[in-house]
Design a protein around this ligand. Structure first.
Ligand code: UT7
Length: 333
């Protein structure tokens, strides 16, 4: 019998500090940076984002999201035998945020100590990170290498924003989302389609690095927004169609499109190209901004907990971002 993987529970966490566009614009004005709620809403659909307190790390946000996902799945940390964290804002250069998360989870109760020893690693594919991580976890579960995985997207993008650059600092936020993915006789994940084109490294990057005891180069996010926009609208449609073809399904089978939450215009354009009515599009970018690898699992969890997305629904998840990377995962919930 073929072995599949299936999402058993979802969870998410947003740091409590929420800034509306007007509040962010007022803070930026004090630096002489001019923006407005009107511009941000019109160009992106974003109305608010959450920023973590200075001492809060990606693993802190991931820990909260995982606790919620474990509770929703009705399993304990000790039942997990694989941890994959998608992040571009890791706690440290190394070890991985996944290892730090494993330690935090193990400390949460005596019973949770059973999570120690399982493989734990990070996936770095920027805003496509969650679809990459889900695909890796699915492959490991299908092969029998794992039985039940925590797959997480967690980011503190506020740490790498240049608050003097209005073209980027109004777009991003912090947060985390997680799923418990487990082996199943029935799908589950139906198909994945992943891509990267390294020619476009420069259009979305944090070019700095750590060397010789110093940060070398610029450790803040740079983006050519228009170049990213143009690439994103093209590849998202292609990747969704590729995933549908691999699964032998059609656009009409999609109950919900849950794309990376970066820009409402990109998301709506993808929905239109897939001939989906806009009410089949899950939108959280208005409340969360762009949380990079966290955006898809955050949107999924919000949609599940609101009762919008239900067990048995067919979901198209789609990521796109720095690398340039992109991909889609089609699944039955
Ligand atoms: O997460 C990875 C994926 N990332 C994305 O998908 C992002 C893709 N790109 C985008 O979402 C859009 O390109 C942006 C939202 C970043 C920008 O929207 P746009 O419609 O492409 O605007 P633009 O860059 O063409 O800028 C239009 C104008 C410019 O002024 P001029 O040159 O027309 O006078 C900008 O200087 O808007 C100005 N502008 C702003 N004005 C007020 C840029 N940022 C701001 C701002 N507030 N925050």
């Amino acid at each position: 019998m073929r072995r599949y993987s299936r999402i058993r529970g979802t969870g998410s966490f947003l740091p409590p500090r929420r800034l509306t566009n007007a509040e962010l614009a007022a803070e930026l004005a004090q630096r002489g940076v001019e923006t407005s709620d009107e511009w941000i809403v019109e160009r992106t659909g974003i109305r608010a984002r959450h920023f973590a307190a200075p001492e809060v790390t990606s693993s802190d946000l991931a820990f909260e999201a995982c606790q919620r996902a474990l509770e929703a799945a009705g399993v304990g940390a000790a039942d997990i035998d694989l941890i994959i964290v998608a992040t571009s804002t890791p706690d440290m250069v190394f070890p991985s945020t996944a290892c730090i998360l494993q330690h935090r989870l193990a400390q949460s109760s005596e019973a949770a100590r059973g999570i120690l020893g399982c493989p734990a690693f990070d996936v770095q594919a920027v805003c496509s990170g969650f679809v990459y991580a889900l695909t890796v976890a699915d492959a490991m579960i299908q092969s029998g290498a794992a039985q039940r995985a925590l797959v997480v997207g967690a980011e503190v993008f506020s740490r790498i924003l240049d608050f003097n650059d209005r073209t980027t600092c109004v777009l991003f936020g912090d947060g985390a989302g997680a799923v418990v993915l487990e082996a199943s006789d029935t799908p589950g994940i139906l198909a994945s389609d992943l891509h990267a084109d390294g020619r476009h490294v420069g259009i979305l990057c944090v070019p700095g690095n750590v060397a010789g005891g110093q940060v070398l180069g610029d450790p803040l996010l740079k983006m050519d927004g228009q170049a990213v926009f143009k690439l994103a609208v093209g590849v998202l449609e292609k990747s969704a169609h590729a995933a549908l073809a691999k699964a032998g399904r059609t656009e009409a089978d999609i109950d919900w499109l849950i794309p990376h939450q970066a820009n409402l215009r990109i998301m709506q354009s993808t929905a239109r190209k897939l001939k989906l009515p806009l009410d089949k599009l899950v939108v959280t970018v208005d409340q969360h901004g762009n949380t990079s690898a966290a955006s898809i699992p955050l949107a999924l969890d919000v949609a599940v907990r609101s009762g919008k997305v239900r067990a048995g629904d067919t979901l198209m998840l789609e990521g796109v971002g720095g690398g340039f990377t992109w991909g889609a995962v089609l699944l039955d919930l």
